[in-house]
Design a protein around this ligand. Structure first.
Ligand code: IVH
Length: 663
């Protein structure tokens, strides 16, 4: 046995481990351990640093949580101006740029690198002696603000790198759509104004004096430019620089391409214009750069921008239109959402005639009245929203939240500290329709064919008065409805019957408990194992589950203490829905009794695919290597698990080896 490590050795080891797992999670999106295991490592390191302050270091991953509030930001000059880029607003402008490059390079061969233009804010970062030193916002291009402590909280920012000479990296700070939506939902609940878009949210979050709040905002940093320090080292091409940055641990967008001609660059632009909505973050165009550093130097700069790069801008997703009316929709929880009825306009190929206004406060913030001309923005696949009032209407009319539900005429209340007004009638048909729609939706119980029109008919005809009633529907009931043939009626019935087999996390999701989405439902199921245990848990017991804080615990607790919800629960139980969390294991299979650990990137299979296939073949996948591990499957850039496997003498196989075992 080797002697127990000294605190200094253990701290070093923990930092290396935490860095590795942060890189896997935040940069590569390929976690190897659970969140709980990760937290345990951080807590152990924190304890050592507390007991041995001499071992503490600003590079330590524990410094990502943010310290004391600060007075303000110091102004700092950039090492060289942070220029912006010239824009190409259409294909002919991009071809014209290509013509200029071609001419200036005197007919020499060259190629481009096309990258996504991330919609955030640019930030310069400096590294020296292998560690993160400084982060400065763009500011006016020559002078920015020192946001080092805030940038340290960005999980995808490497705090240590292998290269020890000084270098500077420039990149974009962004907030992805999910983090943005979550932040706005939280703000709405706290009665705060929503951020208009992820870019504003990212900028606001980076410049907070309270670093701990920045840490909670889940920003991301994508590196896109390596400044070559005078003489220290010089890479020959932009592409190589990006690959070098990725090897140093930076997050570099993998959606990039070498293009041999402007036509190939245009293909890239068109391809990502079409995919724009499905990306997890917002982009506003594509940046096209001459790849060779020597050619970049030859092309040089104008006063404003490099001559070797250009931003191909996508069409704005904003239009101006008139708000003809404001309607009120009733959601699943009874929340009333005001919706602007717009004079229809086409925005990048889609006709927009409605836009959400979220709540009364939002209307007040916009200063909007019916009849005003507004700017409406479509972004991602979210419902269009009103950005601002452009011009006051000649005849304008103020909007007032109704005092009774527009659907059931029930009572409306707006609780203290809540942004939303709610219809409190639990059997309001509008709430019922929304509940069924949620119940049947793809990520919940996935009942194909139970769409809006059918739901409308089912509720209006009185066939369905509670969500549970859908399990009582007979084929004949459905056939009696308008536009329902025997075949589709049979299909819907079969799909309803099949939904009884959906695993328990889906059932939890179907209940529509506030704040309980897919992930929380999964974590609750794993922690409690049965719906009854969740229903009977105290607030404290609920909080013992991963990622369940006081607010979520309260919402779950309240849900299961509402008699009508318990009634629904009993009916669903009687219908045979899954109230227990059973991990379905196949009997037999070639890998029964074997435990695998995955590490590194496999050439073809994603980690999820590999895991699924192993489990389908009866094997188990574990997050860490131990004596019980049967095989370690190692791909490229395999990490510490590979070392551990060698240490313990566990056989190591590659993807081919795994496929062979899978048969
Ligand atoms: S290159 C000299 N690459 O777009 C190099 N910029 O209008 C200058 N941006 O200020 C920047 N994604 O904030 C570059 N892949 C990318 C980018 C990108 C977003 C932003 C950046 C810059 C602005 C230029």
């Amino acid at each position: 046995m080797s002697p127990a490590p000294t605190p200094a050795e253990r701290a070093d080891r923990l930092r290396a481990l935490i860095r590795h797992h942060e890189h896997q999670y935040y940069v590569l999106d390929a976690p190897e351990i659970t969140d709980g295991e990760y937290d345990a490592l951080v807590r152990e390191l924190e304890a050592i640093e507390r007991e041995h302050p001499e071992l503490d270091s600003p590079d330590s991953p524990t410094k990502r949580v943010g310290g004391k509030p600060r007075e303000g930001f110091q102004k700092l000059a950039h090492s060289s101006a942070m220029l912006s880029l010239d824009n190409a607003l259409d294909e002919s402008e991009l071809r014209a740029f290509d013509g200029r490059v071609r001419e200036l390079l005197g007919g020499a061969d060259f190629r481009y690198v096309a990258e996504l233009k991330m919609d955030g804010l640019s930030m310069a970062t400096r590294f020296q002696g292998g560690s993160f030193q400084l982060a400065v916002t763009r500011g006016d291009g020559s002078i920015g603000e020192d946001v080092t402590e805030n940038a340290r909280t960005i999980r995808s920012m490497p705090l240590t790198v292998r290269h020890t000479d000084a270098f500077e990296v420039r990149g974009e700070v962004v907030m992805n759509r999910r983090a943005f939506e979550r932040l706005n939902t939280d703000r709405e609940e706290q009665g705060l104004a929503r951020f208009a878009n992820p870019r504003n949210a990212a900028a606001g979050s980076l410049r907070l004096l309270e670093t701990a709040i920045t840490a909670s905002r889940r920003l991301d940093y994508y590196a896109y430019f390596l400044l070559n320090e005078a003489g220290a080292f010089l890479l020959d091409s932009h592409w190589e620089s990006l690959e070098w940055l990725a090897r140093q641990g930076f997050k570099v967008n993998p959606l990039r391409r070498i293009c041999a001609s402007v036509e190939e660059a245009l293909d890239f632009c068109r391809e990502f214009d079409a995919r724009r909505d499905s990306l997890p973050y917002e982009i506003d165009g594509v940046v096209i750069k001459v790849d060779s550093v020597a050619q970049q130097v030859a092309l040089g700069y104008t006063a404003r921008a490099p001559r070797w790069a250009i931003a191909f801008k996508y069409a704005a997703r904003q239009v101006e239109t008139v708000v003809e009316d404001i309607l009120v929709q009733v959601g699943r929880t009874g929340a009333l959402t005001p919706v602007a009825v717009l004079e229809p306009k086409v925005v990048s190929g889609v006709t927009v005639s409605r836009a959400t206004l979220h709540n009364e406060d939002e209307i007040a913030r916009l200063g909007l009245q019916i009849g005003d001309t507004v700017v409406v923005e479509r972004s991602g696949d979210v419902i269009p929203k009103v950005v601002r009032v452009k011009e006051l209407g000649g005849t304008r009319r103020e909007f007032h939240m109704p005092t009774e539900c527009p659907v059931c005429h029930g009572h409306i209340v707006r609780e203290e500290g809540e942004a939303a007004s709610r219809c409190i009638n639990v059997s309001c048909p509008a709430r019922l329709k929304e509940s069924i729609r949620h119940f049947a939706s793809r990520n919940v119980l996935a009942i194909d064919g139970l769409g809006d029109v059918l739901i409308e008919h089912l509720v209006e005809s009185g066939l369905v008065k509670s969500v549970a009633d859908i399990y009582r529907l007979q084929q004949a009931d459905l056939e009696s409805l308008e536009r329902m043939g025997p075949k589709s009626a049979a299909n819907v019935c079969a799909n309803i019957a099949r939904s009884r087999l959906m695993p328990m996390p889906r059932v939890i999701g179907a209940l529509g408990i506030r704040f309980v989405g897919e992930r929380t439902a999964q974590l609750l199921a794993e922690h409690f194992g049965s719906l009854d245990l969740i229903a009977n848990a105290t607030r404290d017991e609920l909080q013992a589950a991963q990622e369940v804080g006081p607010k979520v615990a309260e919402a779950i607790f309240d849900f299961f203490h509402e008699p009508r919800n318990l009634e629904l629960l009993e009916r669903l139980r009687a219908e045979g829905l899954m109230f227990r969390h059973t991990v379905v294991k196949r009997e037999g299979g070639p890998l029964v009794g074997l435990t695998f650990v995955l590490t590194g990137t496999l050439p073809n299979l994603t980690r999820d695919d590999a895991k699924k296939r192993i489990e389908e073949a009866g094997g188990k996948v574990s997050g860490s290597v131990s004596k019980k591990t049967s095989f370690v499957v190692a791909g490229e850039e395999a990490g510490s698990k590979l070392d551990k496997a060698r240490e313990l003498g566990i056989p190591v196989i590659d993807e081919d080896g795994l496929l062979e075992k899978l048969g």
